[in-house]
Design a protein around this ligand. Structure first.
Ligand code: GSH
Length: 345
């Protein structure tokens, strides 16, 4: 029997929505996206809203009833069970672990680039406030558009602290974005995707954030064109990989990956590892905010229980590796700083 297309609702300006749509396209999973607000979609369908509700929200049919679900990382795993072909998860546990690290870094750190550039520089904030409401409804009447524009700008600029963006951290975020792009430029000169000649979940995570950084927000777009033309071109390629025919050998062993993959690991170790460790300590101590030195500057931000969970999930995966595989990961990550995030106990 033909399966119904998978329904999802999200925004054109939402990196996680773009991540998932590109993944569905590559995997040739029939889908039906509605560009709009997930809470309104839940109301229209009479479906219980997930809490918290995010873009994208997926609607899966379970025993005849529709359930609304969020969080792209577990949804990717669920789709793998429903559709086994054209997998985005390497079978080799070592490679799968590195892919998971990249996806987590994309979702939780690269999103700081995205949110910071979107709302911190005045020019970018004005662009986003104008376009985001239209991304949900192009025919929005002008007065409603004006109102929505003011509402969204106020709300999002006031939430910059959530990702730790402020005048002190702005230069660290900017320097990290430029190093990340330089690492991508190097790496893409060696292969088409992060782990070889076929895309994995981490590629889609990076792609989602980059759709915005390269395609939507003026400041990071200019920087991307300056630092990494290959990344700019990659974003267009990742948009639709439905014709790519992946083969098992398209993901070479970790030991056979080009040296340039380390460039990405170095950035993860340099900025994401200290942030994750400080956040997890704060969650454990019940503190609402945390401070840590990142890249030589004092970084202060709100504590996030979700990101502490991300660190815990990464460690659960690390501990689930067999001894030989864990040793291979350790050798690869030596001196990148990522090893600080991982513990055997
Ligand atoms: N971990 C979630 C994050 C999704 C997310 O943060 N979505 C954003 C839009 S890109 C959102 O809906 N934020 C809620 C808000 O802005 O109120 C995922 O991977 O799907």
């Amino acid at each position: 029997m033909m399966r119904q297309p998978i329904r999802l609702v999200g925004g054109t300006g939402s990196p996680y929505t773009q991540k998932m749509v590109a993944l569905l396209r590559y995997r040739r999973v029939p889908y039906a996206i509605t560009w709009g607000q997930p809470d309104q979609a839940c109301d229209a369908l009479g479906v219980k809203k997930p809490a918290p509700i995010f873009m994208p929200t997926f609607f899966f049919e379970e025993e005849g009833t529709l359930t609304a679900t969020t969080d792209s990382t577990p949804i990717i795993r669920r789709l793998e069970e429903m559709y086994p072909c054209r997998s985005v998860l390497p079978e080799d546990p070592v490679l799968a672990f590195i892919d998971y690290l990249i996806e987590d870094f994309a979702d939780e750190w690269c999103t700081k680039y995205m949110f910071h550039y979107r709302w911190h520089p005045k020019n970018d904030a004005d662009n986003a406030a104008t376009l985001l409401p239209l991304g949900l409804d192009v025919s929005l009447p002008s007065d409603a558009h004006e109102q929505f524009k003011r509402y969204i700008a106020d709300r999002q600029i006031n939430r910059l602290y959530v990702v730790g963006s402020n005048d002190t951290t702005a230069p660290i975020i900017d320097a990290s974005y430029r190093r990340f792009l330089a690492a991508m430029e190097n790496h893409l000169a060696n292969q088409k995707f992060m782990l070889g000649n076929r895309p994995a979940a981490g590629d889609f995570g990076l792609y989602g954030q980059l759709t915005q950084l390269v395609g939507f927000d003026p400041t990071p777009r200019t920087i991307a064109h300056e630092v990494s033309p290959r990344t700019v071109a990659w974003v267009d390629h990742m948009h639709d990989q439905s014709g790519h025919e992946p083969k098992e050998q398209d993901w070479p062993r970790l030991e056979d990956q080009p040296e340039s993959l380390k460039g990405l690991m170095d950035e993860i170790g340099r900025v994401y590892a200290p942030a994750q460790l400080a956040n997890a300590r704060a969650v454990k101590a019940g503190e609402k905010t945390w401070e840590s030195e990142i890249d030589g500057v004092c970084w202060a931000q709100q504590t996030f229980p979700y990101q502490a969970k991300c660190l815990q999930w990464t460690n659960e995966r690390y501990r689930a590796l067999g001894n030989t595989d864990r040793a291979r990961v350790d050798t690869f990550l030596q001196n990148t700083g990522v090893e600080r995030m991982l513990s055997r106990a």
